[in-house]
Design a binder for this molecule. Structure first.
Ligand SMILES: Cc1cc2nc3c(=O)[nH]c(=O)nc-3n(C[C@H](O)[C@H](O)[C@H](O)COP(=O)(O)OP(=O)(O)OC[C@H]3O[C@@H](n4cnc5c(N)ncnc54)[C@H](O)[C@@H]3O)c2cc1C
Length: 391
């Protein structure tokens, strides 16, 4: 043990951990963040799609501190004004929706700079482990090199070693439906529209998920697919599925013609809703570590920022008023619990409709524009919901 003591030690310097670090350091608490990447936000494992604050106000109207989900201009690569859904048969349906496409390296560096400017210690390039004791616990690359925290925040993404070591209930992974596997290229030299994000419903190349073309400005785009294993009928190699999407999807292949693949990333996401308990006496889990991912579309930067902020608020109340950390779970349930639950129910409903020979070619536009807005209102980020019909 190196003997250093902190009020709060955060494992993971992604959006969830850094949002907590900003809040805590501004309140004058002694904070340490461990991040295993050598540079905050790099490499990027994300489509970087980030709905603007005005949209989030409608999608999660009970969130009290919406400032936490805003992006500084220097972290915005481009701005989209609409989403276009493309059905398997190539039918297109576009609706207005404002979103920033972030440069997550800049975005996360910015959060790190704010936290540091208020006194937070951020150690990068350190893969940290949590060694619990009854006063919080020790965190560090080894037990000998650990620092002590009275409160620990598990912000280490999915799957979270910290949450597991804290004894938080393992997520009830009923099976592989609960995990989405995502893979994405950053493509360059493209001629795609720069203010529309496209989402492709194509069971051939994104079974159980969807494909995306998200413009990044200067002829670049994040081009990826998310899939879930039970839906994959053949050719399980996810890289081949992405190649199929880029080369054979009738609409996407035309959009991406002449493009070059600059880099590739992939990762898994929990898409079965939050852990059944997200806190213990001295530990809270935020963001992906807690399963705070919208099941309908796998978006989770915003929920990581929100839950990081709420965990920090709970920690402040713990130190100032001895309020138990259960207040964290009460807060996120009050502010985003309904939306998370609705999103999960919609995802289940879509799964139920996904039978062997169903033909998913009727995107929500077939239900009428008004109805579509109803869908989005009921389940934030529900814009990926689509309606299946049997052939
Ligand atoms: C391909 C893909 C595309 C996506 N696209 C979008 C999108 O367009 N929009 C959207 O909203 N969401 C998207 N997501 C989801 C989004 O990226 C995550 O949900 C979001 O980053 C969650 O933030 P987080 O802070 O909880 O976790 P993370 O961003 O995963 O941050 C966790 C951090 O902890 C660090 N870490 C892990 N273990 C340790 C350890 N032991 N010690 C120290 N550090 C550790 C990791 O290096 C990481 O930096 C996408 C995900 C994927 C995989």
């Amino acid at each position: 043990m190196n003997g250093s003591k902190y009020d709060v030690v955060i494992v993971g310097g992604g959006p969830g951990g850094l949002s907590a670090a900003v809040h805590l350091s501004k309140k004058g608490l002694k904070v340490k963040v461990f991040e295993k990447k050598k540079i905050l936000g790099t490499p990027v494992r994300c489509g970087e799609y980030f709905p603007v604050k005005a949209e989030m106000e409608k999608l999660v109207p009970r969130v009290k501190n919406l400032d936490v989900i805003d992006a500084p201009p220097e972290s915005v690569d481009t701005t989209c004004h609409s989403i276009r859904l493309i059905s398997p048969k190539g039918h297109e349906f576009e609706f207005p929706f404002g979103a920033y496409i972030l440069d997550r390296h800049v975005f996360e560096s910015h959060l790190g700079d704010i936290a540091r400017s208020h006194g937070a210690d951020i150690d990068i390039g350190v893969q940290a482990h949590y060694f619990p004791d009854d006063q919080g616990g020790w965190v560090g690359s080894t037990r000998e090199k650990s620092v002590h925290g009275d409160v620990i925040i598990a912000a280490d993404g999915y799957p979270s070693e910290t949450a597991e070591r804290a004894g938080l209930p393992e997520r009830a992974y009923a099976g592989p439906y609960a995990v989405a596997t995502n893979i994405e290229y950053l493509m360059t030299d493209l001629n795609v529209e720069q203010d529309v994000a496209e989402m492709y419903m194509d069971p051939r190349y994104s079974p159980g998920g969807y494909g995306w073309i998200i413009p990044k400005g200067h002829g670049r785009a994040n081009v990826g697919i998310g899939i879930r294993e039970p839906y994959v009928k053949r050719d399980w190699q996810i890289r081949n599925l992405l190649t199929g999407f880029i080369e054979k999807n009738t609409v996407a292949s035309k959009r991406l013609v002449g493009g070059n693949k600059a880099s590739m990333i992939g990762d898994s996401l929990p898409v079965d809703g939050p852990l059944s308990r997200t806190y213990s006496d001295r530990v809270m889990a935020v963001g992906d570590a807690a399963g705070m991912v919208m099941p309908t579309n796998g978006s989770a930067i915003q929920t990581a920022l929100i839950t990081g902020d709420l965990a920090a608020e709970a920690a402040v109340n713990y130190f100032e008023h001895q309020t138990p950390l259960s207040s964290y779970e009460a807060s996120w349930k009050e502010q985003i619990g309904l939306e998370m639950e609705n999103s999960k129910l919609m995802s289940y409903a879509a799964d139920d409709g996904h039978e062997e020979d169903c033909r998913c070619d009727n995107v929500s536009d077939s239900r009428g524009h008004g109805n579509f807005h109803e869908t989005t209102r009921l389940a934030p980020h529900g814009y990926v919901y689509y309606h299946c019909e049997k052939e």
